[in-house]
Design a protein around this ligand. Structure first.
Ligand SMILES: [Zn+2]
Length: 388
């Protein structure tokens, strides 16, 4: 049995000669009569059920440029096809283009003819991903059962590779999707996933395109080199491995492209960085080891990245009790900052729930999270003191 991936067929092609049979509830033909959309054995059209949400979703997907997923054709004779899978999506498109239903746009129903010209064109020019399968009925049936059981759907990068197939993707895959590439081990220290499932390619594209993978692939589709992609990727990897001499398992999967853009112009002393990494790893108050690297790159300011462990409830309660008892004896507020203020809260006794724990000596300056470094402040004063 042969399968051929077709990526050039547009909605306009599919809808050429589209016929919908109202009585039977079926989309009948497309592709200028070459395509039988719903052969007898297929179930009827169901996407109009339940208020038509599903058929409208198909059209909104096209308008937003989202992929509709794979469609399978069975090649039954030369230039004659039947839809094996995708008849609901195709029928939705055909019905919309022939004004059989409307979609909601800013609260107004719009059928195809009442859409602006650019939206009509966007729909008609949308390309579909179609597998043509050719073989005996038994082969096709078996194969189809297998893919449905195995059921490993294409992931987003695999889909993009299919959509933007061409010389650029071929070269990019040879570099980043080749599990025999000797660099994979090095890359794996910083990037999660596998070559086979396109995870390295996806990261490389993500970094160089600053997140616009589809746009980048589209504009480089016909190029015969991947120099920019490869150079940028290696620059990021080399930068990470020169700043951080030790490889820690928490480095895997961090947003290295973003971090490179943000920090590569600063200079770091790798020996000092290494000592800082080790110090933070051994600090029992640091909960989030993944945040250590950005914390260091940013100059040790943003301790939120580390999720520094806060005081446990028992510590807070005992400090609250002690502070409140002493405050009541002196007729002053149990918030030490309120007590020295001039406002009406000078002698206010706050409830436990109205206060928060504060590090007397800031964690970033070596203060721990034990009772002797804990004071309770009213919520307002605690917030004013900020996260240090
Ligand atoms: Zn206060």
């Amino acid at each position: 049995m042969d399968t051929t991936l077709r990526t050039e067929i547009t909605v306009a092609d599919i809808c050429d000669g589209f016929v919908y049979n109202q009585l039977e509830g079926k989309g009948l033909y497309g592709l200028g009569g070459k395509l039988t959309i719903q052969p007898e054995y297929q179930r009827n059209y169901i996407y109009a059920d339940g208020g038509g949400k599903k058929e409208a979703a198909v059209i909104h997907s096209l308008l937003k440029g989202y992929p509709l997923g794979l469609i399978y054709f069975n090649k039954v004779a030369e230039d004659q096809f039947e839809v094996l899978d995708g008849q609901q999506r195709i029928t939705s498109i055909g019905r919309f283009v022939t004004n059989k239903f409307a979609i909601m746009d800013d609260g107004n129903p719009k059928n195809f003819d009442s859409l602006p010209a650019d939206q009509k064109a966007k729909i008609l020019e949308s390309k579909l991903l179609i597998y043509e399968c050719e073989g005996t009925e038994t082969e096709i049936k078996q194969w189809f059962e297998t893919i449905n059981i195995a059921g490993i759907p294409l992931n987003s990068q695999e889909l993009l590779n299919a959509i933007y197939s061409g010389p650029f993707v071929t070269l990019a895959k040879a570099e980043f999707s080749n599990s025999q590439n000797a660099n994979i081990q090095k890359w794996s220290a910083y990037i999660k996933g596998s070559a086979n499932r396109q995870d390295f390619l996806e990261r490389a594209l993500d970094w160089v395109s600053k997140g616009d993978i589809g746009g980048y692939m589209s504009s480089h589709r016909t190029e015969n080199n991947i120099n920019e992609l490869k150079t940028y990727f290696n620059t990021v990897i080399d930068w990470v491995s020169s700043v951080f001499r030790d490889v820690e398992k928490d480095m895997k999967g961090l947003e290295w492209g973003r971090l490179y853009e943000q920090y590569h112009s600063k200079s770091y002393d790798p020996a000092k960085v290494s000592a800082e990494v080790q110090r933070l790893y051994s600090d029992p108050y640091v909960n989030k080891h993944r945040g250590i690297f950005e914390y260091i790159l940013g100059g040790l300011h943003d301790s939120k990245l580390l999720d520094v462990r806060v005081f446990i409830e028992a510590t807070k309660k005992s400090v609250y009790a002690k502070q409140t008892k002493a405050a009541e004896a002196n007729s002053e507020s149990n918030c030490p900052l309120c007590a020295v203020g001039h406002a009406s809260n000078k002698s206010r006794i706050w409830k436990f729930a109205e206060m928060d724990a504060d590090h007397v000596s800031a964690w970033s300056k070596g203060g721990g999270s034990s009772a002797k470094n804990c004071q309770m402040l009213c919520v307002t004063h605690n917030r004013a003191k900020g996260n240090r």
